[in-house]
Design a protein around this ligand. Sequence first.
Ligand code: SF4
Length: 563
Amino acid sequence: VTNVMSYFPLKTPRASQRDVILAIHGLFNQYDIVVLEGPVGSGKSAIAETLIKAMGPGHILTPRKSLQDQYMEDFQKEGLVTMKGKGSYPCLPSSGVFPSPDAQGHDTDYAKACTEISNGWSDFHNLDKGYGSARSVGRGFCVKNGKRSQALADKCQGIVRNAEGAVIEEAARPCPFYLAVAVAQGAHQVAHNLHSFLYQNFYGAYFTKRPLLVIDEAHDLEGVVRDFVSKTLSLDLSACKRLSRNGVDFPSNDASMSDWINYLSRPAFTPDKESDPEGYEQWIEKLEFMDAVAETFLADRVVHWEDVPEKNSRKVTFVPRTMGSAPANLFLQYGEKVLLMSGTIYDKDYFCRRLGLPANKVAFVRLASEFPLATRPVIIEKSLTTVNSFQAWKEDPAAYPSMLANIRTIMDRHPNVKGLIHAPSYQVAYDMAAQLTARIVHHTPDSFQEVLKEFYQRTDNAILISPICQQGVDFKYDRARFQIVVRVPYLNSSDPFIQQMMKKDFPWYNYQSLIAFGQMLGRVNRAPDDFGVTYLLDARFYQYLRRNDYLLPAWQKAAIRKV
Ligand code: SF4
């Protein structure tokens, strides 16, 4: 019997970690799929690392690059390597291969990049700084009209082929991306980006089934698969109208996929192959993809369209609603055993249903938080709540100003520490920042990373207002000692897909808000000796918490103080 604990990568496992590792290892004798719900600080990544070393080779998939990098920082010494998308690797052809001036003199950079890749890293954020390359492999010199030209790539890599296309001569100068693929294929454990893993395998089939597949932040899986499958096409609006005048109607929202594809395949919409070969390729690729998934992912779908007259275009979007067993089939092919981990599963059966997993074949393990209750209070205070729905702010002119007054009261309670305010949208964040002014820091979609980095380092009493800090960010210790949740975190219903789901599938809409809520709670409590208080400002939270009482884990409910 393998002594699984001998693979534990850190000094000493906590009792709960040891128990859960042994439990999951044992459950894999009876089950192929285990779902682990573990809150922030439960050491999920060390649990995954132990199991992958004991049971691997394996893949670890995460939806966030920051988490992928975290895995790498923690476990590179254990042999972990990372694999990202083509956009993350620099295009560095050998000097003289391509005529363009910026392709010259890259040999040293190439050697440097190869060393990093061979060590398992793929951190080339500053493509134009550290590596002499302003372009990534996704847009490399060998890419013409959006497609990689085999002939140009061969030339760059020093590959010579015979008439049948077989390699007869090969200089040891692989493209950085393909070098990373080769390194990942040969490694015992690889931390992949979930999005690029789906793309790479759908179009390139680079990776095969391994004994263990781990998906971290698995609550994002449904959304990632949905984004992967969803397609938006821009049609020439005049052509739509012309066709309609000639008796070819625009398909109704519930038309069959073959009717849609027939309509979209009309020459009036297909970009010209000669003058716009890239547009043509992409169009055909989209239609072929939609055709391939018409009976699986897109069998039950939401179709919405809108006209953009100033661009003379009609944008049609296809989004899968429920995907049956398609998501499960998509990732189960990469692991004989699969471990799905998240801090916010809430309901195993519902989670399984959304991904198409047979719940009776899935084991569920729930870990409680080991952080002391006193360090993570969640306060909902009568005198500090207002109804903060968009509607209420619109209808009652006093509602928004009193919400701002409540925020000021909370800020005054914490005069000397940093804090975080979860705004419901960028628009509200900008407005709140303009009105609250003192201590406030905010960001635009483009400046987020930069502002966040700077905020982490501040030692004053600044407060960050952000609509995108629900997850993937770490406000440990003095980075933020309090946070304010302005509105029940329902998804923004200005998105037509979300609007439809809100009307037709409220349990889904509610479940998404619970995921955001649970993720938010974890932002300011990162370790047992960390302290962070959360304030809920929306009066609708009273009903929300009552309605979801049966889903919230006991350790989370115990922290909520109604005063
Ligand atoms: S193969 Fe293409 S993408 Fe890769 S380094 Fe050469 S030109 Fe750049």
